[in-house]
Write a protein that binds this ligand. Structure first.
Ligand SMILES: Cc1cc2nc3c(=O)[nH]c(=O)nc-3n(C[C@H](O)[C@H](O)[C@H](O)COP(=O)(O)OP(=O)(O)OC[C@H]3O[C@@H](n4cnc5c(N)ncnc54)[C@H](O)[C@@H]3O)c2cc1C
Length: 424
């Protein structure tokens, strides 16, 4: 059988379940990555969907993936195109029987796969981006609790264990692969990220499976995991939280791999509230994934997920000043400057600037989510929308949104204005 393996947010060879299936079921594979031209267009809020920061982190990872595939005698074929058009063209050109890919269960991504299927193209999508797969959940997705802690308790009471990460299957050695002469290489110029908490211009923080896995191993060889809970709310530097999210978002590493190293650390070094909290945060990540699968396009409605009407008083000028770090609040401006200059922001700062936009400026959360999508190097559709819905009160949580008092947050997390002055 001749297949295309369509890499999406799973840019790794190991613990890639859908890639393993493709390798086992095919005789010949065309390995493909598409830079969708959608990302070059402006979104409905008037700015590019993908910043240079994410492009750089992505291009680093694609170089790495290419090298890894080359070691097995294969090539990665890269295109800047409309995903559907190029895949359709390649299916015809190489008489492909099937496309294999990881499944992304978000509205636009599902639409693309539907169009391919409507063209009579066989698309095999395999879900793999969470810690737990749907079949392991002790309830159906329709019964997914509206509140995170109920979801967490149900998982914990049953003691469900995530599946062990899998190595790349040995078929990678035997498979024939196709090199397409129309494939391109996306070149992105690197700038200096010295000030960033996630400096992608440093070797250690480069995009790719190789640096992601080596960062993961190194992280669990330090003392950072045992003080994670006490430090995770800090705002600056490389040491305050795990920094796994950019690698996870591109699929350079998987949540199961993190869990595997976390357990090893707990067995060999220490198991405490901090190590538990890393697992706890990965559960949040899963919760937002399953919540999106349950709610699909309802997420973008003007009502909340329980169909209650909400007031939005969006002011485009206020929104623009927020994106540019030119609001009347210098603490918020510092956060927005950091985001724009580096593509990264601590979780605490994300919560603070998001709350300011929706609660203090009364702007539309969807505009904020679009700006985060454009800027973040760890942009992940499920976590981004899930967190925005949670803070704005547009999610299913019956307790409503979360209001962060900016002055109080500043006093607690930046009492000496170190952060504010750094990103002024
Ligand atoms: C408004 C808003 C938007 C966000 N958008 C994104 C996004 O696009 N992509 C993204 O990966 N995260 C997003 N987050 C969640 C969180 O801020 C980041 O995952 C975290 O800051 C990444 O840093 P870390 O890996 O050091 O996290 P750590 O604190 O070390 O956490 C470990 C891992 O747990 C997961 N995690 C932690 N907090 C959350 C959370 N609140 N929601 C979901 N998963 C979490 C992440 O995978 C993270 O890598 C957003 C949060 C907010 C408030």
């Amino acid at each position: 059988m001749k297949s295309i393996y369509w890499f999406r947010n799973d840019l790794r060879l190991n613990d890639n379940l859908s890639l393993n299936i493709a390798l086992q079921e095919s005789d010949e594979i065309l390995f493909v990555y598409v830079h969708d031209i959608e990302n070059e267009k402006n979104c409905s809020w008037g700015f590019k969907k993908m910043s240079e920061h994410r492009k750089l982190f992505l291009s680093q990872g694609l170089q790495d993936l290419k090298k890894e595939l080359n070691k097995f005698g294969h090539s990665l074929n890269e295109y800047i195109e409309d995903s559907v058009n190029i895949l359709n063209m390649l299916v015809k050109k190489y008489q492909i029987n099937s496309i294999f890919c990881e499944s992304i269960l978000a509205v636009d991504e599902l639409k693309k796969v539907k169009v391919l299927k409507d063209m009579n193209i066989n698309v095999n999508q395999i879900w793999q981006s969470s810690l737990y797969i749907q079949e392991q959940l002790p309830f159906s997705l329709e019964e997914l609790p509206d509140v995170f802690s109920n979801f967490r308790k149900l998982i914990e009471i049953k003691g469900i264990k995530p599946n062990k990460p899998k190595k790349i299957t040995k078929e990678i050695f035997n498979i024939n692969s196709i090199t397409d002469n129309q494939s391109i290489i996306l070149k992105v110029n690197s700038t200096n990220y010295k000030k960033s908490s996630f400096p992608i211009s440093n070797q250690e923080f480069r995009g790719g499976e190789k640096s992601g896995v080596s960062y993961l191993i190194d992280y669990f060889e330090t003392d950072k995991p045992k003080i994670y809970k006490e430090t995770r709310n800090q705002l600056m530097g490389q040491n305050f939280s795990t920094k796994f999210s950019p690698w996870l978002a591109m699929g350079y590493i998987s949540a199961r791999q993190i869990f595997f190293y976390l357990k090893k650390y707990e067995d060999k070094v220490i198991k405490n509230e901090s190590t538990y909290w890393i697992f706890f945060e990965l559960l949040w990540r899963d919760y937002f994934r399953f919540s999106m699968i349950k709610n699909r396009e309802k997420i973008f409605y003007i009502t909340d997920l329980n169909s209650s009407q909400k007031n939005i008083n969006h002011d485009d000028n206020k929104f623009k000043l927020w994106t540019e770090g030119k609001t009347q609040n210098n603490f918020i401006n510092a956060g927005m400057n950091e985001l724009k200059q580096t593509g990264f922001l601590s979780n605490r700062m994300r919560q603070i600037v998001a709350s300011y936009l929706v609660n203090d400026l009364a702007c539309d959360w969807r505009a904020g989510a679009a700006w985060f999508e454009s800027q973040l190097i760890d942009y992940d559709i499920y976590s981004n929308l899930g967190n925005w819905l949670y803070i704005s009160g547009f999610g299913a949580d019956p307790r409503g949104g979360r209001y962060f008092n900016i002055e109080k947050q500043k006093k607690t997390y930046d009492p000496n204005s170190t952060y504010q002055d750094f990103w002024h």
